[in-house]
Write a protein that binds this ligand. Structure first.
Ligand code: NAD
Ligand code: MLT
Length: 318
């Protein structure tokens, strides 16, 4: 940062106050949450920093509109809304806040699993509709069941810990960790087919990449243990939603609980009409605690990047 100048940082989405408060010590902050895309493209024209959540596409068009941009901060984990190759090619550092929302996301996944297993959302809806349908909602216990985790990183490990406390046993498919790392997290490694065949519940905790797109497709659902329940609070697009709906309609899959979708916001689609499916609008990180931490952590990373200091949370090298 040149002496005497304060770089402009655009905050493109609604973030906790902790983010702007930290940035204002050293930067000019432009709040752009809720602005239409065309306005955002004009606001970034003199920005050196940009902060986003998952709702802003940081693609070639946006990067071209921001010729002075040096750092993009992602207030959360997933960077699949950011064109990392293009940012790197332009020398723009991208950093996320990988530790800020792990506990919240793990708790949400667990809440989804319980809600699906015990029909909590549907039962609530029937009471509000004036009905008292005790007989309609027989659920299943988690105790004694096998939980298969696809992806055993930060959030997967937190889910494993909670599952063990509920009396479940934990399997994991994660080609990038060792059997020893899985054991330390309380799980046993399996290949994907074995995990599909052995699990009563399957919960996804991996990034969306070309390798993971439609990982759970019609072929995968033909290999699951009949009656399995699927949880996804990681990323949309890893499950083929049409194939999941078909597997639920056929009875092969007992139900699903989903926080993330191939296209967000989710409007209609094959899963919405299925009563066995619990849906939340990408709420995994939506807690006061996670958002406070994400706002602060991302602001620290952006300022460090602008000052030319080390950025431990960088996800690319420039
Ligand atoms: P992480 O990087 O700590 O863990 C991801 C794990 O997935 C790693 O262990 C990695 O080895 C594994 N993995 C990668 N490719 C895989 C593959 N092909 N098959 C199986 N495993 C694979 O990330 P995290 O912090 O645990 O986050 C997990 C996911 O949750 C990310 O997609 C993140 O964006 C998402 N997330 C969602 C919310 C939400 O609001 N719903 C909140 C936080 C994080
Ligand atoms: C993440 O990857 O961190 C989540 O999707 C949460 C968010 O976007 O805030």
């Amino acid at each position: 940062m040149a002496a005497g100048t304060r770089p402009v940082v655009v905050i493109a989405e609604v973030l906790a106050a902790s983010c702007a408060e930290y940035l204002r010590d050293t930067c000019e902050v432009v709040e752009a949450a809720g602005e239409p895309r065309s306005r955002l493209l004009s606001l970034v024209s003199d920005a050196e920093g940009l902060v986003v959540r998952s709702g802003t596409r940081v693609d070639r068009e946006l990067l071209e509109a921001a010729p002075r941009l040096r750092v993009v901060g992602r207030a959360g984990v997933g960077v699949d809304n950011i064109d990392l190759d293009e940012a790197t090619r332009r020398g723009i550092l991208v950093a996320n806040a990988p530790l800020a929302n792990s506990v919240s996301a793990a708790e949400h996944a667990f809440g989804l699993m319980l809600s699906q297993a015990r029909n909590i959302a549907r039962a609530d809806a029937t009471i509000r509709a004036g009905r008292w349908d005790r007989a309609a909602f027989r659920g299943v216990e988690l105790d004694g069941k096998v939980l298969g985790l696809v992806g055993l990183g930060r959030i997967g490990a937190l889910v494993a810990h909670r599952a063990l406390a509920f009396g479940m046993s934990v399997l994991a498919y994660d080609p990038y960790i060792t059997a020893d790392q899985a054991r330390q997290a309380g799980g046993e490694l399996r290949d994907l087919d074995s995990l599909l065949a052995e699990s009563d519940f399957i919960s996804l905790h991996l990034p969306r990449t070309p390798e993971t797109e439609n990982l759970l497709d019609a072929v995968a659902f033909s290999k699951v243990k009949p009656g399995v329940r699927i949880v996804n609070a990681s990323r949309g697009g890893i499950i083929d939603e049409d194939a999941l709906a078909a597997a639920i309609r056929s009875g092969r899959v007992a139900g699903a609980a989903l926080d993330v979708f191939a296209t967000e916001p989710l409007v209609g689609g094959p899963l919405v009409d299925l009563p066995q499916v619990v849906l939340t609008p990408h709420l995994g990180a939506s807690t006061a605690e996670a958002q406070d931490k994400a706002g602060l952590h991302v602001a620290e990373a952006v300022v460090a990047g602008l000052m030319g200091e080390p950025v431990p949370a960088a996800v690319n090298r420039v």
